[in-house]
Design a protein around this ligand. Sequence first.
Ligand SMILES: [Zn+2]
Ligand SMILES: [Zn+2]
Length: 337
Amino acid sequence: MATMRVAVVPKAGADFQLIEREIPSPGAGQVRIKVQACGICHSDVLTKEGSWPGLQYPRIPGHEVAGIIDEVGSGVTAWKKGERVGVGWHGGQDNTCPACRAGDFANCVAGAVTGISYDGGYQQFMLAPIEAVAHIPDGLDPADAAPLMCAGITTFNSLRHSGAGPGDLVAVQGIGGLGHLGIQFANKFGYRVAAVGRGPENESLAKKLGAHHYIDSKASNPAQELQKLGGARVILATAPSSKSMSEIFHGLGRNGSMLVVGADMAPIEIPGAALIFGRKRVQGWAAGTPSDSEDTMRFAALTGVRPMVEKFPFEKVAEAYARMTSGQAQFRVVITM
Ligand SMILES: [Zn+2]
Ligand SMILES: [Zn+2]
């Protein structure tokens, strides 16, 4: 019996257990992936701490997976052994609900989530349904591809559908796991990019990533600063603070949109009149489909957009997870096999 190493959460709130398991065989419509790298995302807290309703244990987290197909199940014809692939948050869809019938798989009402509905990438081999698999282009390192499957797709996909065009002022609020990618994508999309961070220490990094302007939210009022620049067409709100989103909303120009991609549980407070005058909107955005992941990675490979990662060997998964929850990582934590 061939075995592999896995990092499993035995029950909600428990420590990771590094154990041996039998290497599973892919079922019908599945591929087996030899995992090379897996990002540790803040959403993995849902699996680790049990805050996702109905989550069943033991469970292996991880929805930023990069690896190589090493076996395919019956009925799988479009995917081959040896192909480089990734798996993100979108873990599959039911293909029958109204959203799926409309081709809107990302909004499937019974969609599976990788590392929540089934075991994710904190293991040496992982099974995935083909609905969840994305091609990784040549020239993209697995440790770079992994975070693009979540933080990357979220910022790329929300910005490309935001309505902003070349030269438009786009603000990226928060310079962290999402924001540092958002700034790079916004720059490569040809926007005029204003990065909004806390304190002067982030300015040089923000500009290196592609920001044309830097706004220190401790030293100034970001909404007023954005208005001085003409008002933002889009604000990509990545820092999970409803309070700061309620404030920076007023930096939008006419027809502007605030895209909410990071969240705390507090309400965002915006006066109705502030939405009406200038025809503004607030929109949420979650990652996307594997097809969107492929677009994200292809664009990153083409333009040089890369996540900043801190790599940990698989055996140090507990340390890597603690690094992620510390909030001190610059910026994505990735375990490598
Ligand atoms: Zn994630
Ligand atoms: Zn569906």
